[in-house]
Design a protein around this ligand. Structure first.
Ligand SMILES: Nc1ccn([C@@H]2O[C@H](COP(=O)(O)OP(=O)(O)OP(=O)(O)O)[C@@H](O)[C@H]2O)c(=O)n1
Ligand SMILES: C[C@](O)(CO)[C@H](O)COP(=O)(O)O
Length: 398
């Protein structure tokens, strides 16, 4: 049985304000969408993850995916485009998934980044048992029906009410048929798939939700989520890693430094593009993770890394930190050579490293020193860089 997660991320987030669609806002250094995707991509019960995005958000989507570890992101299907309403977006995602052999589908809001593995386990089990199942929690407020003037019309029996969340689990074919039927009937505004399934005549089972599975809707929700992650930050351990890299000079007309191509009267001998700053930084991040070095992850014997842009090495190492629920706090590199001079390129290099690692520029430092004409760098035989990375890793995965 193949289980798919369909993540709807095509909304505009009007109620949250802030301009940026809320699923692409950052929470403690990581976008909400990356957090949501990670929960499903790393769950062993999920075989395929389909995301539905707004056509204007391609670049934002790619940025969020770059925060995932590459081996995790490999399980993502190409994104589908959403529609005017959440319901339309779900239908588009189901149609996109229709080409894979999916039996059970979990529909989940991108705006709910705190879905715990146990909740996903419950959704899969209930979906298998009941064909249509939604997570719900008892309500603690008294709920009143009001008229257009704000007057209470009636008070509902709280004991019969449940506040419903996602992920909602359905037999794939059953939900797709119900969605097509609703669209054909001109109905497009069901606020959840459970309601649409009820309309289509299905019996929808309610299983235990999770009070922590917050949907980020208004500004206050973002503050609460930040607070929650700050609370978790108490349980983070700071780790520090160092890196060092050398390349020999040969005939050539440029060098790559910190992801920037710099005209020079020498080139470097390298399997990749020979960017000593990015290589040293990659090793520093891997060092902080205690997870081997650049050669372990990108063997020089592997022809696919010949001439490779070193951007991907650093992006990969940073994604590993984030995949483990960690945060990169600071990257610092020192270039060792007589020439080229770093000064004219320093800000461009800092900006480029910040973009590769998805950091603010004030989290990136780049410095340089000559070695007073001593040693191989002093004689102009080669170029070197050393680097340090400060990261935080959770004692317990968030
Ligand atoms: N046309 C839409 C509308 C919503 N969603 C997604 O459905 C989820 C729940 O919707 P909501 O929280 O209402 O998000 P928005 O529609 O973005 O918010 P708002 O109503 O404030 O604009 C979100 O992950 C949102 O991206 C979607 O994929 N397509
Ligand atoms: C699907 C949902 O999250 C269940 O609580 C909710 O109905 C989505 O509502 P929204 O208005 O699209 O945020």
């Amino acid at each position: 049985m193949s289980v798919a997660a369909l993540i709807v991320a095509a909304g505009r987030g009007f109620r949250a304000g802030n301009g940026l669609p809320k699923q692409y806002r950052s929470l403690a250094g990581r976008t909400i969408l990356a957090r949501t995707l990670d929960a499903f991509l790393t769950h062993p019960g999920i075989d395929v993850v389909q995301v539905v995005i707004h056509p204007d958000d391609e670049a934002l989507y790619r940025q969020s995916v770059s925060e995932l570890a590459p081996h995790t992101a490999a399980h993502l299907s190409p994104p589908a485009y959403g529609g005017e309403t959440r319901q339309n977006s779900v239908l588009n995602g189901l149609e996109a998934l229709g080409h894979s052999a999916v039996d059970l589908v979990l529909i989940h809001d991108a705006a709910r980044p705190f879905a715990e593995p146990a909740l996903i386990d419950r959704a899969i089990a209930a979906g298998r048992a009941f064909r249509a199942a939604v997570p719900g929690s008892a309500v603690t407020d008294t709920i009143k029906v009001v008229d257009g003037e704000g007057r209470a019309v009636s008070t509902l029996d709280r004991a019969t009410l449940r506040a419903v969340q996602t992920p909602q689990a359905f037999s794939f074919n059953v939900l797709l048929a119900a969605h097509r039927k609703a669209a054909a009937a001109g109905l497009h505004a069901f606020t959840d798939d459970g309601a649409l399934a009820e309309w289509a005549g299905l019996t929808v089972h309610v299983f235990d939700g999770d009070a922590g599975n917050l949907k980020l809707t208004g500004a206050a929700d973002f503050q609460a989520a930040e607070q929650r992650l700050k609370g978790r930050a108490m349980a983070y351990l700071t780790r520090f890693g160092t890196g060092f890299d050398v390349h020999a000079f040969v005939d050539g007309d440029h060098v790559w430094l910190g992801g920037i191509k710099i005209a020079h009267d020498r080139g470097v001998v390298a399997h990749s593009d020979g960017d000593v700053i990015l290589h040293a930084l990659t090793d520093a991040v891997l060092g902080a993770l205690a997870d081997g070095d650049i050669g372990t992850h990108f063997p020089p014997s592997d022809p696919q890394w010949r001439g490779a842009s070193s951007d991907r090495f650093l992006a990969y190492a940073v994604a590993l930190v984030r995949e483990r629920g960690g945060i990169v706090d600071h990257l610092d590199a020192t270039l060792l050579c007589e020439r080229p001079k770093l000064g004219p390129h320093r800000e461009a290099i800092r900006a480029r490293i910040a973009a590769i690692a998805n950091l603010e520029i004030d989290q990136v430092s780049v410095k340089a020193t000559t070695t007073e004409k001593l040693g191989f760098t002093g004689r102009g035989e080669g170029i070197a860089a050393q680097a340090a990375a400060t990261i935080r890793l959770p004692e317990k995965r968030p």
